[in-house]
Design a protein around this ligand. Structure first.
Ligand code: 26W
Length: 836
C-alpha cells in the first residue's frame, strides 16, 4: 500500500493554521536561501539555472498554498454551485511569471534574487512551458481559468497530465522535425500529487443484467480491466484577490491488484507489459488539431478524463450529501470543451443509473441540467466519430446507454416531425453504414442544456449549417460566447513597457477591467503620448528581433514593418497566401519595382500535425523562400523572411508585443474565432484580415479605418465555390502570373525537383476549399494599403493606439462573465478569512 492510513494518530486541526508568509523581499530571500541550500543542497558552485528556478518556485508556491486552502474552505463552507471545465487540453505555458504578477511580488522576487547575484529573467527561462495543448482551444482553457480565479468564481479545471506535451519542433533542412517534449523530466514544482483522491477507471468487459432487491432489472458493467487515475493539482491564482482555484490533471497508473494477479500466475513480463499499457493512457498529447478519429488510445484518453472527473465530483457530493441527489443539478455544471470530453454525458448517466440506482428519467433530467457544450470548429473533418465496434469493445456499458439516449431522442424528434425519416437519419447520434459510428457532437448537443459557438459568425454558421436541424428542434439551447484572452498574461505580463505607459496614462484598473482601455482614446492625438507609444513598440521590436536572430539567424531591422503570422499550420489558415505575397514582393524587388518601398520583415511560425503532408510542404516552402530572399544581396533590408521554430506560449509573449501587422487571413467561414488575433490587437498591432471568426468583432471595435480588410465573405466563398476557376484568376492578374511562374520555375527548390508541385496544384485546383487564388488580388492590395499606412508614422501610431484602446471586449473576464450570466449562474465566493 502506497498510502497507509493513520491508525493511532489523529492530526489536529491546528495544523492547517499556517503562518502567513511574507510577501516582502527579505522573507522571499530567506525562503529562497532555505530551499536552495537546505532542501536542494546547492551552494555558490551551482552552475545551472535550474536550481535557483526550483528554489524560487517553491518559495512562490508556498505563498499560494495558504490562499489555495482558504479558497477551498470557502467553497466547501458555502456549499456553493460550482462549474467544472472539462478539457483534453490546457495550454498553460509558464506558471512562475503569472504567479508573481497575480501575487504582486515581481519586484520583490527580482530584488531577492538580485541579492544573491541572480537575474530573474535568466532564472525564469529555466521553466519548461506546460505545453498540454495544440493551439487555440487549449490556450483558451488556460485563459478561462485565469479569469475565473480573478472573478472569484468557483470553477475547477479537469484535464490530463500528459507525460509528453506538444512535441518540440526543430527545422532541419527546411523541414519540420518532431522531438518528444518530456516536460516533467526535471520535476514540476507547480503540481501537488493527490493520491488520496485517486479513482478507478473501467475498460472492456461487458454489461450484465440482474434483479435488484426490489425485483427491478438493472445493469452493471463487469469483468473490466481497471486503470487508476491519480490527480495532480495545480494552483490557479486570481489577480491580487487571495483566490487560488484548482486545475486537476489526471495521470494513469496501473492497479496493484492487476499486477499481482499476473505476477502470481507466473507471467512477470506480461504483468509489466500490462502495467505499461495502463500507464500509456496519459503518455502523450495527440498533436492533431483537426482530426484524430479512430485511434483507440485517444478514445481511452477521452473516457479516462470524463470518468475520473465525474467520479471525483460524485465522491465530493456524496461526502456531503450522501445519496440525496435532489440538489445535484442546482449545484454542479460541467462545461465540455469541444466534444472531446463528451463521454461525460453517458458516464454520468451510467453512474446515476447503475451505481446510484436511479430511474432513467431522473438521471436524464440531472444530466441534461448539468452538461453544457462549446463547439470550437466548423471543419467537418474535426467532428469526432467513433466506430460502435470500438466503443462496444472498450466501453460496452456506455454504448448501451448511448443507444438508449438516441432511441428516446429520435422518438421525440419523430413526434415533432412524423414520418420524416430523412431527418431522423440526419439527426441520429448513430451514423448508419457498414461501420456505424457514434457522432460525439450530437451526443453532446442532445445531452446538454447549452450549446455555444465562440464568435458571433461562428455561432450563426452553426445554427445555419452544421447543427441546423438541432437548432430547429431546440433553438433555445444555442448561444454565442465570443472568445477572449486574459490581459494579465497577454498585456500586463508580456508587455511591461506598455503596461507602464498605460498605467501612467489611465491608471491600473484595466488589469481587472479591460474596458478601461477606451480612456486611451483621449490621448491618441497627444504628441508626447504618441512618442512614448512609439518608443515602447520599438523596444519590443528590439526584443523580438533578438529572439528571431537567436532562433533563426535572420537580422530584423526595427525600422521595418514587422509582419507576423504565428499559429498552427493549416491550409484553412492560409500561410500559403502569406508566402505568395512574400514571393510577389521578392519579384517586385527583382524587377526594380520598388518605388515608395516600405521595408518589411515577415515572421511566420507554427507547428504542423506530424502526418499532415500539405502543412509540412507549406513549412518547407516558407523556409526555402526565406533562404533565397535572405541570401540575395540585392534584396538587403527591403525584405526579410524568417520561420521561427517551436512556436509556443512563451514565444508568443515576446512576439505579440513586438508585432506591427497581425496576419489573420483564413478563408472566411473557417476560423471559428481565433484568439491570437486578440493578443496582437491588445498589444497595438494592426490586423490585416478577412471577415472571419472574431476578426469581424475586432473590426467592429477598432473601426474600419484601423483594420485592413480583404477577401471574400463567408457567403461569397460559398457562392464562388459553385464555379470556381483559379486559373482564370491567375491568367487575369500579371502579379499573380509572375508569382506563380517564379514558384513553378523551381527558383525556390533548385535541387529538389517537384518539391512544391502539390502546393501549386492545390492553388490551381477548382475544388480548392481554401480559395487561395480567389483572395490573392485583394490580399496583395491590402498589403499595399498596410505598407502605405505604416510609412505614415503618425497615422500608424494612431491605428496602433486605437487597436489597444478598443480591445476591451476581448478580455476573457468578459467572456467568463457571459458564461456565468447565461450558463453557469455561479456566485462570486471570497476566500475564508483566517482568524488570528
Ligand atoms: C480531434 C482532434 C482535435 C483537436 C482539437 C480536433 C479539434 C480541435 C480543436 C477544435 C482545434 C482548435 O483549437 N480550435 C480553435 O479553438 C479556438 C478557441 O475557441 C478558436 O479560437 C479557433 O478559431 C479554433 O480553430
Amino acid at each position: 500500500m502506497a498510502f497507509q492510513p493513520l491508525k493511532k494518530s489523529k492530526i489536529k486541526k491546528s495544523v492547517i493554521k499556517m503562518k502567513t508568509l511574507g510577501l516582502d523581499t527579505s522573507s522571499i530571500a530567506n525562503d529562497f536561501q532555505q530551499y536552495f541550500c537546505h532542501t536542494l543542497g546547492r551552494d555558490q558552485t551551482c552552475f545551472s539555472s535550474h536550481y535557483p528556478y526550483e528554489a524560487i518556485a517553491y518559495t512562490i508556491r508556498d505563498r499560494l498554498m495558504e490562499r489555495w486552502k482558504r479558497t477551498r474552505h470557502a467553497y466547501e463552507k458555502n456549499d456553493c454551485k460550482r462549474t467544472f471545465y472539462l478539457s483534453m487540453e490546457f495550454l498553460m505555458g509558464r506558471a512562475m511569471g503569472n504567479a508573481m504578477l497575480n501575487l504582486g511580488i515581481e519586484n520583490e522576487v527580482e530584488e531577492a534574487l538580485h541579492h544573491f547575484g541572480l537575474h530573474l529573467e535568466e532564472v525564469m527561462d529555466s521553466e519548461h512551458d506546460a505545453g498540454l495543448g495544440n493551439g487555440g482551444l487549449g490556450r483558451l482553457a488556460a485563459c478561462f481559468l485565469d479569469s475565473c480565479a480573478t472573478l472569484q468564481l468557483p470553477v475547477r479545471g479537469f484535464g490530463i497530465r500528459y507525460e509528453y506535451g506538444m512535441f518540440r519542433q526543430r527545422i532541419e533542412n527546411c523541414e519540420q522535425i518532431e522531438i518528444p517534449d518530456h516536460w516533467l523530466r526535471d520535476g514540476n514544482p507547480w503540481e501537488l500529487e493527490r493520491p488520496e483522491y485517486q479513482q478507478t477507471i473501467q475498460f472492456g468487459g461487458y454489461t450484465e443484467h440482474y434483479r435488484d432487491d426490489k425485483g427491478n432489472t438493472r445493469a452493471r458493467w463487469v469483468s473490466t480491466y481497471d486503470v487508476m487515475a491519480v490527480p495532480y493539482d495545480i494552483p490557479i491564482p486570481g489577480y491580487r484577490n487571495n483566490t487560488v482555484n484548482t486545475l486537476r490533471l489526471w495521470s494513469a497508473k496501473a492497479t496493484d491488484e492487476f499486477n499481482l494477479e499476473e505476477f502470481n500466475s507466473g507471467s512477470y513480463t506480461e504483468a509489466v507489459a500490462a502495467k505499461n499499457a495502463a500507464e500509456n493512457i496519459t503518455m502523450v498529447l495527440y498533436p492533431n488539431d483537426t482530426s484524430e478519429n479512430g485511434k483507440e488510445l485517444r478514445l481511452r484518453q477521452q473516457y479516462f478524463l470524463a470518468s475520473a472527473s465525474i467520479k471525483d465530483i460524485l465522491r465530493e457530493w456524496k461526502e456531503k450529501h450522501g445519496n440525496d441527489f435532489s440538489q445535484f443539478a442546482d449545484k454542479n455544471c460541467f462545461q465540455l470543451n469541444d466534444t472531446h470530453p463528451s463521454c461525460s454525458v453517458a458516464e454520468l448517466m451510467r453512474i446515476l443509473l447503475d451505481e446510484q440506482g436511479m430511474e432513467w428519467d431522473e438521471a436524464w433530467s440531472i444530466t441534461t441540467k448539468t452538461m453544457a457544450y462549446t463547439n470550437h470548429t466548423l471543419l467537418p473533418e474535426a467532428l469526432e466519430k467513433w466506430s460502435t465496434q470500438l466503443f462496444k469493445q472498450l466501453l460496452p456499458r456506455l454504448l448501451d446507454i448511448i443507444y438508449e439516449i438516441n432511441a428516446r431522442f429520435l422518438s421525440e424528434v419523430s413526434c415533432r416531425w412524423p414520418g420524416d425519416s430523412e431527418r431522423l437519419k440526419a439527426m441520429s447520434i448513430i451514423e448508419e453504414g457498414p461501420d456505424p459510428q457514434v457522432r460525439m457532437a450530437y451526443l453532446a448537443i442532445v445531452g446538454s442544456f447549452s450549446v455555444n459557438g465562440v464568435a458571433e459568425l461562428h455561432s450563426q454558421l452553426l445554427k445555419e449549417g452544421l447543427f441546423k436541424q438541432f437548432y430547429d428542434f431546440t433553438p433555445d439551447k444555442f448561444n454565442n460566447k465570443t472568445n477572449g484572452v486574459t490581459q494579465r498574461r497577454w498585456l500586463a505580463w508580456c508587455n511591461p513597457a506598455l503596461k507602464k505607459l498605460i498605467n501612467h496614462t489611465i491608471g491600473k484598473e484595466w488589469v481587472v477591467d479591460l474596458d478601461q482601455l477606451t480612456q486611451l482614446k483621449a490621448h491618441v492625438n497627444n504628441k508626447k503620448f504618441q512618442q512614448h507609444w512609439h518608443q515602447v513598440k520599438l523596444q519590443n521590436k528590439q526584443r523580438l528581433s533578438e529572439l528571431v536572430f537567436n532562433d533563426c539567424g535572420v537580422k530584423f531591422d526595427t525600422d521595418s514593418i514587422f509582419d507576423v503570422q504565428v499559429k498552427r499550420i493549416h491550409e484553412y489558415k492560409r500561410q500559403l497566401l502569406n508566402i505568395l505575397h512574400v514571393i510577389h514582393l521578392y519579384d517586385r524587388i527583382k524587377r526594380g519595382d520598388t518605388k515608395n518601398w516600405v521595408n518589411r520583415c515577415v515572421l511566420i511560425g507554427g507547428k504542423s500535425a506530424p502526418g499532415y503532408y500539405m502543412a509540412k510542404s507549406i513549412i518547407k516552402l516558407i523556409c526555402n523562400v526565406a533562404n533565397v530572399v535572405n541570401n540575395d544581396k540585392s534584396v538587403g533590408d527591403l525584405l526579410k523572411v524568417a520561420f521561427i521554430p517551436n512556436y509556443r506560449v512563451s514565444a508568443m509573449e515576446i512576439i505579440c508585443a513586438g508585432t506591427d501587422l497581425s496576419e489573420q487571413i483564413s478563408t472566411a467561414g473557417k476560423e471559428a474565432s481565433g484568439t491570437g488575433n486578440m493578443k496582437f490587437m491588445m498589444n497595438g498591432a494592426v490586423t490585416i484580415g478577412t471577415l472571419d471568426g472574431a476578426n469581424i468583432e475586432i473590426r467592429e471595435e477598432a473601426g474600419e479605418d484601423n483594420f485592413i480588410l480583404f477577401g471574400l465573405t463567408a457567403s461569397e466563398v460559398e457562392e464562388t465555390k459553385k464555379n470556381y476557376n483559379p486559373e482564370a484568376y491567375i491568367r487575369n492578374d500579371d502579379d499573380f502570373m509572375r508569382t506563380m511562374k517564379l514558384l513553378e520555375s523551381g527558383h525556390f527548390n533548385q535541387f529538389e525537383l517537384g518539391a512544391f508541385d502539390a502546393i501549386t496544384h492545390s492553388i490551381k485546383n477548382p475544388y480548392d476549399p481554401w480559395m487561395v487564388a480567389a483572395d490573392f488580388r485583394t490580399y496583395i492590395d491590402a498589403q499595399k494599403v498596410a505598407a502605405e499606412a505604416f510609412s505614415d508614422k503618425k497615422r500608424w501610431l494612431k491605428m496602433s493606439i486605437l487597436n489597444t484602446a478598443c480591445s476591451g471586449r476581448f478580455s476573457t473576464d468578459r467572456t467568463m462573465m457571459e458564461y456565468n450570466r447565461d450558463i453557469w449562474k455561479l456566485k462570486k465566493i471570497l476566500p475564508t478569512v483566517e482568524k488570528k
